[in-house]
Write a protein that binds this ligand. Structure first.
Ligand SMILES: [Zn+2]
Length: 265
């Protein structure tokens, strides 16, 4: 996308459209601009013609609010691989502590995000300190940035990240993905977790679902996070369906590419 805010771009596009309609912008102008642009790009011939290759290179396939038509593309962040379960999470990120929090591990791997550190996460209230694995922070940042563009009406009130604990806070259970700082919970009071009998959970955002979570995360928010590699706690296997799960953890996202098995929250 060209490097303008969506608002500024929309203003410029409206202005230019008027000039085009009035015949003020000519083919000479377009040729000159095209040639200038092509000379700055190694992958384009400097022929001044605004053909399909040059138009594609401009990448203007964004709507005015910054959300691409047809949804977000997956985001290629700095890491080469992603864990698919708890075992591969240990392989990639190490052991955050077996019987208690390993403070040395946390010191080496966990970072904090806050207004005062100059790295507040998009949409997160300025008073909140968020602890997250430093290698996964770029994915969280981009996911939340996209969520702000896709679902600006959803105001995040609370966001929790790293905390060393067992899944569902139960001693003896395997470690939660929060123990590596690769999971977050958003607004537990609005996106609480709930169990259903097999096959009785509602489809996400259906009327039955909305009756239970009336102020919960909207679909565009969840899609934005998923596009950056986060599995959602109400669709663990990421097949786009919620009713095939029994445990809905609507507040929870984790940076794990699920292999069809919900193995922890
Ligand atoms: Zn969680």
């Amino acid at each position: 996308m060209f490097d303008m805010t969506p608002k500024d771009a929309a203003k410029a596009i409206a202005y230019n459209q008027k000039q085009l309609d009035a015949g003020e912008i000519t083919a000479e102008h377009i040729t000159a601009l095209t040639f200038e642009y092509q000379t700055r790009r190694e992958d384009l011939a400097d022929d001044g013609m605004l053909g399909p290759l040059t138009r594609n290179a401009l990448d203007i396939s964004y709507t005015d609010d910054g959300v691409p038509e047809g949804g977000w593309q997956s985001w290629d962040g700095p890491l080469d691989e992603q864990p698919v379960n708890r075992r591969t999470t240990y392989d990639m990120f190490g052991d955050p502590g077996k019987y208690e929090q390993d403070k040395a591990w946390a010191r080496d791997n966990i970072m904090e995000c806050h207004e005062r550190l100059g790295n507040r996460l998009p949409g997160v209230p300025s008073k909140w300190w968020v602890k997250v694995h430093k290698a996964v922070e770029p994915y969280l940042r981009e996911g939340l940035r996209r969520a702000q563009l896709s679902a600006p009406e959803y105001q995040i009130e609370r966001l929790g990240g790293y905390v060393w604990r067992a899944i569902r806070h139960r001693r003896g259970n395997p470690l939660s993905m929060h123990s590596w700082g690769i999971a977050i919970d958003i607004d537990p009071h609005r996106n609480f977790s709930r169990k259903f009998a097999k096959g009785e959970g509602p489809e996400a955002w259906s009327p039955a679902y909305m009756a239970i979570w009336p102020d919960g995360l909207p679909e565009p928010f969840v899609r934005a996070m998923q596009s950056c590699g986060f599995a959602w706690g109400s669709d663990w296997d990421e097949d786009g369906l919620s009713h095939d799960h029994t445990y809905y953890d609507a507040m929870h996202f984790e940076w794990v590419a699920r292999d069809g098995h919900a193995n922890g929250v």
